[in-house]
Structure formats: structure tokens, C-alpha cells
Design a protein around this ligand. Structure first.
Ligand SMILES: *[C@@H]1O[C@H](CO)[C@@H](O)[C@H](O)[C@H]1NC(C)=O
Ligand SMILES: *[C@@H]1O[C@H](CO)[C@@H](O)[C@H](O)[C@H]1NC(C)=O
Ligand SMILES: *[C@@H]1O[C@H](CO)[C@@H](O)[C@H](O)[C@H]1NC(C)=O
Ligand SMILES: *[C@@H]1O[C@H](CO)[C@@H](O)[C@H](O)[C@H]1NC(C)=O
Ligand SMILES: *[C@@H]1O[C@H](CO)[C@@H](O)[C@H](O)[C@H]1NC(C)=O
Ligand SMILES: *[C@@H]1O[C@H](CO)[C@@H](O)[C@H](O)[C@H]1NC(C)=O
Ligand SMILES: *[C@@H]1O[C@H](CO)[C@@H](O)[C@H](O)[C@H]1NC(C)=O
Length: 534
């Protein structure tokens, strides 16, 4: 227990509003010997996948594992290798890591190799989160990783224009100007961990303050339901452009980071934890439902017409792990109990298909209705529903992690080995249904193996699916829920050190300046005179 309680005591004058000193993981947890082979099984999937990426797509964003072609939709700077670095560090694949670090040192962020608009959100969670996490996980051996994180973030910072506290998402890296348009609350709210971490390592408080400012603005806007913001915001007028409430796409990681940022900063500003608690309480009152078959619990959506939509998604299934983390930090058994039932509901989407892998989107029927906002249920879907208590509306599996992410939290929090069995079952399914001649692909239909592959291997296959699975079977004290906070791309960040430079009230006071190294032809990019005035 080397967590810092002194800071919270000093700043907040008491433990009542502090999150320190609470244990998330079950004490004394160990992985039983009978699961010993699972870690190696995950590592083998990783090394096979990465060897193919290296052979056919090194330096590109993604390998297309069926055609052996490449994809470059995320800047073209090699996002798979940066997303994979932290997993290499966790698995002890030191040579692969150093090779990826050396490549990263050569990247010039001033121009995407394939002309395209760069996403603030995607670049933050994969690049900034990946670089800083790999720096920490490799015991700070490669300072170039922080230098590159700073370079790309200095470009991303052009997303804030004039006095806007809310950034635009889409940036032209050639001109350093953003495209004017609405932003999602996930796009606004999923920067704070990474940018504050960068402030910590560079001694420049601007990064953390920019990221935090957008979240605070959203949290203070009048919302459709208490604590539950709409999905999109116009950054030029600071107003919601819709009133759609969901824990799924577009909104998901805004809610995720309200909690995690509170944890990361040890609750130095109460707005984050207060908004999260209100959002959860409001969700329990308004969104929580059980299916009429099997009693599977889920959080419905609440649309612009204030109608409940009985829908679910692989993405939204992170909510179970997030509520477990929050329930433990707040020591609230009500939230923990609901989280475990939500987790079971999500796992049921894996347990019910031909492949044992869960689909992208699905829907439910509850006592108060079956409206989804989409097509009415078909006879086939109804037959599936009557058997499984949910039905599939989007049948693909695109290597998403969220169900296994929540399963990881459930294992670490409860110590119940049924979660290890579930993870082992997913590993077996991946080995049976995803391998191509060279790597692992996505599926068109998790419930019909004749539908074949989607020719993609996502960077988050390396970053998220395989890291969450590996950590599920790893020594729970190695990277613990009590020492790290995971970004939404499964890049763990050490929780306590960032507190050294966080002085509460939304302002950072740099106390540990970090000397940005130059080297490997990677002098930090100069910050030009873009449209951002502050
Ligand atoms: C990385 O670069 C360093 C410095 O050039 C070199 O010594 C090292 O061998 C390289 N490592 C790998 C794995 O390529
Ligand atoms: C970025 O801006 C430059 C200069 O105006 C323009 O030529 C280029 O097409 C823009 N890039 C994209 C992807 O829109
Ligand atoms: C801190 O970072 C911001 C954002 O890139 C930049 O504009 C500013 O010049 C930096 N401040 C210092 C003192 O380097
Ligand atoms: C920014 O805010 C200041 C103070 O409210 C105001 O004087 C200035 O005109 C604003 N600038 C822009 C570009 O809106
Ligand atoms: C625990 O959380 C539930 C759901 O938000 C809430 O109703 C309850 O008041 C909380 N309990 C405590 C002791 O704060
Ligand atoms: C769902 O079912 C459980 C147990 O069957 C029950 O405790 C809970 O109150 C139900 N929740 C809702 C939202 O209907
Ligand atoms: C769906 O809801 C409509 C309207 O309440 C109802 O008529 C219909 O029977 C329901 N369908 C199923 C499968 O429950």
C-alpha cells in the first residue's frame, strides 16, 4: 500500500471525500494453479498476431489478416505497434518492445503519411495513452516515449479554439486547424487521464487543464436526466445538440472517465465523482431493466423523445466493470451487486452464441416494452430471444474488449473463479474461430460460422483484448486495480504519481518537471501559431 493519503488529507482536510485508502481488489487473491496454462495461451495469440503484423504491415496502422493487406485509417503512423507496446511490457516481450520503441522514435507527426483528418479522441486514447503507459510499464527506460507523446499532443492541442473550453474532434495536422463541428461527450470526456499524465511528466499544466476544462463544462450543462448528459455538444456555444442518453457509443467513456479521473486525482475536485454518482443513481432509477426471459439485467437508452429503448451493445458492456470499480471506491454494495448482474447479462451474450463470442449490438424485451428505435423484432429474433433472453441486432465481432474487460474487474473484485472459466472459454473461442492463415480476424456473424471473416485485425486486439485476458490470469498484484487506472484503450497508468503534481481545484502545479529528451531524430515539434489563442 504505497498510495498517497497525505495529499488528500492536506488538500481536502479529511478522508471523507478521499478515494485513497479503499481497496478495490479482493485481498490475498491468487490465480489457482489449474489456470496456469491460460496466460501462455494468450501470449501465443499475441505473438502470432504481432509476428504477422510485423511481417506484412509493420509501421502501418493495421494488418488485414485475410488478404495480408494494410489499413492506415488512424494517421498511418503505426497505431497497432504503439497500442501493442504496453502489452509487450506486461508480457515481458522486451525485444519486440524495444523494436517498437525504436520505430516510434522515427515518427513525424506533422503530416499523416496518408492525407487524412486526425481524431483528437482516437489519437489520445491510442497514442498518448499507449506511449505514456508503455513508458511507465517499461520502468521509464525509454524517455523518448514521453517526448513523442508530447509531440503528438502539442498538435492535438489545436483542437481548442479561441475561448472554447470544449475541443473540436477533427484536426488537419498539416494546417494545425480543427474542422468546426459538434463533438461527442465521449470525445470530450476521454482525454483527461492521458493529458493529465502528460502534464505530470512534462511539467506543463496546460495539457491537464485543457482536457479537464471540457469535462467540467459538460458536467455543468443542464442534462436530460440528472448526471446523464446528452450525446453531442456544439463547442462554440457549449450546448447539447441532442438529448439522447446512453452508456453506449458516443457517450460511454465520458461516464467511464468521470470515475477514473476522480480516482486518478484522488478526488481533488468533487465534480467528477459527484457527477458519476448522480449518473449511476439516475441510471438505476430510469434505465435499469430486466429481460422478461432469463431476467438479464441491462441499462436501456433514453432517447430524444424521452422513450426507453431496450438496446444493448458490446461497447456499453464496459459499464459493469466501471460500476464495480466505482462501487468498491465508494464502498457501496448496491452498486456492486447491480454491476455483477449487469456483468452476467453481458456474459450471456457470449454464452448464447454458436461461437461463444458476443455480438456487436443486441436488444431486449422487458415488462414495460420492447421499443428499440429500430426495426420490429423478427420471428427468428423472437425465437432466439425466447431461448436466450436477448436478441442479436448487429451480429459481427470486431475484436472489442468490453465484456472481457468487465469480466476482468469481476474476477479481481470478487475472486470468484467462474470469471476465470469465462475468460478461458473466450480464449478457446478465439483460437477456434478467429485464426486466418497468418493472424486473427474479425467475424461477420458470431452465431453463424458460415458467414466468414471481416478482413481486419484491430489495434485494440493487441492493446485491450489480449491485455485484459492476460492480466486476468496474471498475478493480481502485478498490475493491480489498487495501483493503476486503466484508460479506455486498456493502457494502465500508475495512479499515485500523478497526484504529486495535482493541486486540486482543477489547476495543476508542476512540481516534477520532466526534461524532454531529444534524440533519434525526434526533436519535439514546435508549437506554431494555430487558431488556439491560449
Ligand atoms: C534500438 O535502437 C538502439 C539505438 O539505436 C539500438 O542499440 C538497439 O539495438 C535497437 N533495438 C532493437 C530491438 O532494434
Ligand atoms: C489539410 O489542409 C490542407 C491545406 O489547406 C489541404 O490541402 C488538405 O487537403 C487538408 N487535409 C485534409 C485531409 O482535408
Ligand atoms: C504547454 O503546452 C501548451 C500546449 O501545447 C503550449 O501551447 C505551451 O506553450 C506549453 N507551455 C510551455 C511553458 O511549454
Ligand atoms: C475571450 O474571452 C474574453 C473575456 O471574456 C473576451 O474579451 C474575448 O473577446 C474572448 N475572445 C474570443 C475569441 O471569443
Ligand atoms: C449507494 O448507491 C445507491 C445507488 O446510487 C444509492 O441509492 C445509495 O444511497 C448509495 N448508498 C450510500 C450509503 O451512499
Ligand atoms: C431485476 O430482477 C432482480 C432479481 O430477479 C430484482 O431484484 C430487481 O429488482 C429487478 N430489477 C429491475 C430493474 O426490474
Ligand atoms: C412489442 O410491443 C408491442 C407494443 O406494446 C406489442 O404489441 C408486441 O406484442 C410486443 N412484441 C413482443 C414480441 O413482445
Amino acid at each position: 500500500m504505497r498510495r498517497c493519503c497525505i495529499l488528500s488529507m492536506t488538500l481536502l482536510g479529511g478522508a471523507s471525500s478521499s478515494l485513497a485508502g479503499v481497496t478495490v481488489q479482493k485481498m490475498g487473491l491468487t490465480v489457482p494453479a489449474e489456470y496456469a496454462s491460460q496466460r501462455a495461451a494468450v501470449e501465443k495469440i499475441f505473438t502470432t498476431s504481432y509476428a504477422a503484423y510485423k511481417e506484412f504491415a509493420f509501421g502501418h496502422d493495421e494488418l488485414h489478416p485475410v488478404s495480408k493487406g494494410v489499413g492506415d485509417d488512424l494517421g498511418g503512423w503505426g497505431v497497432s505497434l504503439v497500442d501493442a507496446m504496453g502489452t509487450m511490457a506486461v508480457m515481458g516481450l522486451d525485444d519486440l518492445l524495444e523494436e517498437a520503441v525504436n520505430y516510434t522514435a522515427t515518427i513525424d507527426f506533422n503530416t499523416p503519411p496518408v492525407p487524412q483528418i486526425i481524431s483528437l479522441f482516437e489519437t489520445t486514447i491510442r497514442w498518448v495513452g499507449g506511449l505514456i503507459s508503455a513508458y511507465e510499464l517499461s520502468d521509464e527506460k525509454y524517455p523518448i516515449l514521453i517526448a513523442k507523446a508530447k509531440e503528438v499532443t502539442d498538435k492535438l492541442a489545436f483542437a481548442w479554439v479561441g475561448n472554447n473550453t470544449i475541443p473540436f474532434n477533427d484536426i488537419n495536422f498539416t494546417t494545425n486547424t480543427p474542422h468546426v463541428g459538434t463533438n461527442s461527450i465521449a470525445g470530450i470526456g476521454t482525454l483527461s487521464l492521458e493529458w493529465l499524465a502528460l502534464s505530470h511528466y512534462t511539467g506543463n499544466a496546460t495539457y491537464g487543464n485543457l482536457a479537464e476544462g471540457g469535462v467540467i463544462t459538460v458536467a455543468e450543462l443542464p442534462s436530460p436526466l440528472p448526471g446523464l448528459a446528452g450525446q453531442t455538444v456544439d463547442p462554440t456555444i457549449n450546448q447539447f445538440t441532442d438529448a439522447y442518453v446512453t452508456w453506449g457509443a458516443g457517450s460511454d467513456s465520458y461516464f467511464e472517465y468521470l470515475l477514473k479521473y476522480a480516482r486518478y486525482t484522488n478526488n481533488a475536485n468533487n465534480i467528477f465523482i459527484d457527477t458519476w454518482k448522480t449518473a449511476v443513481d439516475s441510471s438505476i432509477h430510469t434505465l435499469l431493466r430486466n429481460s422478461t426471459v432469463g431476467g438479464h439485467m441491462y441499462l436501456a437508452d433514453y432517447d430524444d423523445q424521452q422513450l426507453i429503448r431496450h438496446v444493448g451493445s458490446h461497447l456499453a458492456c464496459y459499464y459493469a466493470g466501471n460500476w464495480l470499480l466505482g462501487g468498491k471506491l465508494l464502498q457501496n454494495q448496491t452498486i456492486i451487486d447491480i454491476a455483477l448482474q449487469l456483468n452476467d447479462g453481458c456474459w450471456n451474450t457470449y454464452a448464447s452464441t454458436e461461437t461463444g463470442i458476443g455480438p456487436e449490438t443486441f436488444a431486449f424485451i422487458s415488462l414495460d416494452g420492447n421499443f428499440t428505435g429500430g426495426s420490429p423484432i423478427t420471428d427468428d429474433q423472437l425465437a432466439f430471444y425466447n431461448q436466450h433472453g436477448f436478441y442479436i441486432t448487429g451480429s459481427d465481432y470486431i475484436q472489442r474488449p468490453e465484456v472481457l474487460e468487465s469480466n476482468f474487474y469481476a474476477w479481481r473484485v470478487t475472486g470468484d473463479t467462474k470469471y476465470l472459466d469465462r475468460a478461458a472459454s473466450a480464449i478457446a473461442s478465439f483460437n477456434k474461430y478467429l485464426p486466418t492463415a497468418v493472424a486473427f480476424a474479425c467475424l461477420n456473424d458470431v452465431d453463424d460460422t458460415t458467414q466468414g471473416f471481416i478482413d481486419d485485425m484491430e489495434s485494440f486486439w493487441f492493446a485491450e483484448v489480449l491485455k485484459y485476458l492476460y492480466l486476468t490470469f496474471d498475478d493480481p498484484t502485478h498490475i493491480s486495480l489498487d495501483t493503476h487506472v486503466w484508460n479506455t484503450e486498456c493502457h494502465p497508468l500508475k495512479a499515485p504519481p500523478a497526484l504529486d503534481s495535482y493541486a486540486g481545484s482543477g489547476k495543476l502545479i508542476p512540481q516534477k518537471p520532466f526534461t524532454v529528451p531529444t534524440g533519434a531524430g525526434s526533436a519535439p515539434a514546435a508549437v506554431g501559431s494555430g487558431t488556439r489563442s491560449s
